[in-house]
Structures are given as C-alpha cells and as structure tokens.
Ligand binder design. Structure first.
Ligand code: UD1
Length: 348
C-alpha cells in the first residue's frame, strides 16, 4: 500500500524524473503530468527500468486550467504536489520573456487555484538560487537579500515565491516548501535517466559531456577575468539524486505536519563553490576523458560567484548532500555514454 499519491508536474524533466524515482523508493505513488516541451516520453522507460513501476502519466500543460481540473477529478487521493514544470533557460527568457511569464506564472496560479477545490494542502515548489542575484556576502543563507533579478527567468522565480507567500498568508491550511536549488548536475547511477537537453545545451555539464563525447567541438569557458582565484565563475554544483532526495524529505515533512510555518524555504546545495575550470579538471580526472575548451567572453547575465549555506536544510530537514563531485561527474559521463549507445542502436 503506497504512502500516498503525489502529483509531479514536469515529472519527465531532469529533476522531476529523479524525484519520481526517489518517491517510489520511499514508498509513495508519484503520478506525472508533463507537456514534454523540454523532455522526452522515453524517460518513463528509464523510471520503469530503475523502479519496476509503470508510472501514471498524462500529457497535460499546467497552463491549461480545464485539463488540470479534469486530471485532478480523476485522482482524488493526491496528498501533495511537487511542482517542477517550468521553463528554465536564462538566455531564452531574455529573448522571449512572455513565454517565461506565461509558462512559469500561469502554471503555478492554476495549481494553487485548484488545490483548495480538491483538498490538496501541500506543495513543494522548485525555486532557484537565482533569486539572490549576485550576493554581497557568501555563502548565501535563506535570509540573504533577494536582489533584482538579472533575467525574466529569475523574475518568474521571484514572482512565484511572492505568489506563494501571499497565497499561504490568505490560505492558512495550504503548506508550502520552497526549495532554492543551486546548480543540479549528474545523473542516476544506473544511467537510465539524466539530463536530456533539447538542441545545443545551455548548461555547463551537458555541454561538457557532449564535448567529451565529440558531439561538440569545444567548450567555451565564459570568462576568465572574474574576481575569483582562477578567474572563472564559481557555482555550487549539487548532485541531482541528492537533490531529489531532499524533495522526499520536504514532502514527508508537509504530509506528516512537521513544518513549523505554513511556508518554509531551504537552500539546496553542497555548501562549496567550484569554478568552471575546476569542474573541467575534476571531470577529466574522474573520467579520464579530455574536454577541449577555449576561453570565451563573459556570458551576459552571469553571476560571478554563488554558493549555499545549507545549515537550515541540514538542521530542519536532516538533509545534506552526500555524493562527491567526482562520483557526480562520473554519473553524468555514464549517462552520456548510455545515450550514445541507445542512439546508435536506434539509428541502426
Ligand atoms: C542559472 C541559474 C540557475 C538556474 C539555471 C537554469 C544563476 C546563478 N543560476 O544557472 O538558478 O537554475 O541557470 O538553467 O542565475 N558555462 C560555461 N560554458 C558553457 C556553459 C556554462 O563556461 O557552455 C559557465 C557559466 O558561465 C556559469 C557556469 O558554467 O559560470 C554554470 O552555468 P549554467 O550551467 O548555465 O548554470 P547557471 O547559469 O549558473
């Protein structure tokens, strides 16, 4: 008997799919809606290969209020939502801001509007360290100031947080955990699921693995003249399975009524900052594969350095990141190699 049904919006996406696996492992029954705008239906096979479960899935866009309502009518046992469905490319959001405001904000509003109607009291929301902008003091704590967003994507995350604060203020029986992710990387150790960007990757790790695999000629390191020890930007790279496990803990906390306030916020990172050049070196050391790279101009909108103070998540959630950077980079490479194998089989 499953512990409860959890609605996973964006469950075929990168973080969503890893969370689905961890929820099955924890005895929950996750069910997925996704419009496949930036993911692939084959992810469901990966989830089945790892967990043995055929997950319930429907192609639904969270912007479509009526479809969402019909889906919830069919699943009255849902006890919580983990809301991953969102657009997440910083650059694309600058080019097409309305797409981001519509996708990210309308989806959240629709879900919140339907929660009371279906008696769903708990929601975990995917926020981002982007809400801190370039912090004055590092590491950042949950109390660090929210700085003006540097992209429409960042604005949507800030606005969604505000919407959730206002909504929980007005609806005291709705409980929210806001999780501010730092930079999720890596893949499931089985190599069955991982990050699957459409087209040319924007994010560092898929670009590195595709370059190592020979799909891309070389990686561009965006800037080596930052005020950091080696001049390249610093981020806090968190293993995606560790990140997925934090969602299970957050959902347990809400479902068991252990939350102290009806809206809580936690940073999810490792607590350590790593530069782009250090990531390249660590990847080469962990995998034995060279990553050709060149130094390129700074990328507009990039933040110089940011890493997390994770003591609140350690203390309140009893969660901390466990995987080493080397193992995480190896898992990303393992996933890339498996993808190549699958593609070569499919392409004959
Ligand atoms: C940003 C957001 C993050 C968001 C993510 C979604 C910030 C601080 N972070 O992550 O909240 O969830 O987008 O996509 O706003 N890099 C290269 N070459 C490349 C690609 C990246 O040098 O080809 C560098 C970037 O300059 C950066 C680091 O690698 O320093 C990480 O970049 P990326 O993976 O794109 O993530 P962020 O921009 O940090």
């Amino acid at each position: 008997m499953a512990k409860g049904k959890i609605l996973i919006t964006g469950g075929t996406g990168y973080i969503g799919s890893h969370t689905v696996v961890e929820l099955f492992n924890a005895g929950y029954e996750p069910i997925i809606i996704d419009n496949l705008s930036n993911s692939n239906i084959s992810v469901l096979d990966g989830i089945k290969a790892i967990t043995g479960h055929s997950v319930i899935y429907e192609n639904i866009d969270c912007k479509d209020y009526n479809s969402l309502e019909r889906f919830l009518e069919k699943h009255p046992e849902i006890v919580a939502i983990a809301h991953f469905a969102a657009s997440k490319s910083v650059g694309e959001s600058v080019e097409n801001p309305l797409l981001y405001y519509r996708n990210n904000i309308v989806s959240l509003i629709n879900l919140l509007q339907l929660m009371p109607k279906f008696g769903i009291k708990n929601i975990v929301f995917s926020s981002s360290c982007t809400v801190y902008g370039q912090p004055d003091v590092l590491p950042v704590t949950e109390k660090s100031p929210i700085k003006p967003a540097t992209s429409p994507y960042g604005s949507t995350k800030q606005m969604c947080e505000t919407i959730l604060y206002d909504f929980t203020h007005a609806n005291k029986d709705i409980n929210v955990v806001l999780l501010r992710y730092f930079n999720p990387i890596g893949a499931h150790p089985s190599g069955e699921i991982g990050e699957l960007p459409n087209g040319i990757p924007n994010n560092l790790l898929p670009y590195i693995t595709q370059t190592a695999a020979g799909i891309r000629k070389e990686l561009s390191v965006f800037g080596n003249d930052y005020d950091t020890p080696d001049g390249s930007c610093i981020r806090d790279y968190i293993n995606v399975v560790d990140l997925a496990k934090a969602h299970v803990v957050a959902l347990n906390r809400l479902i068991d009524g252990k939350n102290e306030k009806n809206i809580e916020v936690f940073n999810l990172g490792t607590g350590s900052g790593v530069s782009v050049l250090e990531i390249i070196n660590a990847f080469e050391k962990a995998t034995g594969v060279k990553v050709p790279y060149k130094i390129a101009p700074r990328r507009p909108g990039d933040i110089e350095k940011v890493w997390a103070d994770t003591s609140l998540a350690n203390k309140e959630l009893g969660w901390s990141s466990k995987e080493t950077l080397e193992d995480t980079l190896r898992s990303a490479w393992n996933w890339q190699k498996k993808l190549e194998e699958k593609n070569s089989v499919t392409n004959g």
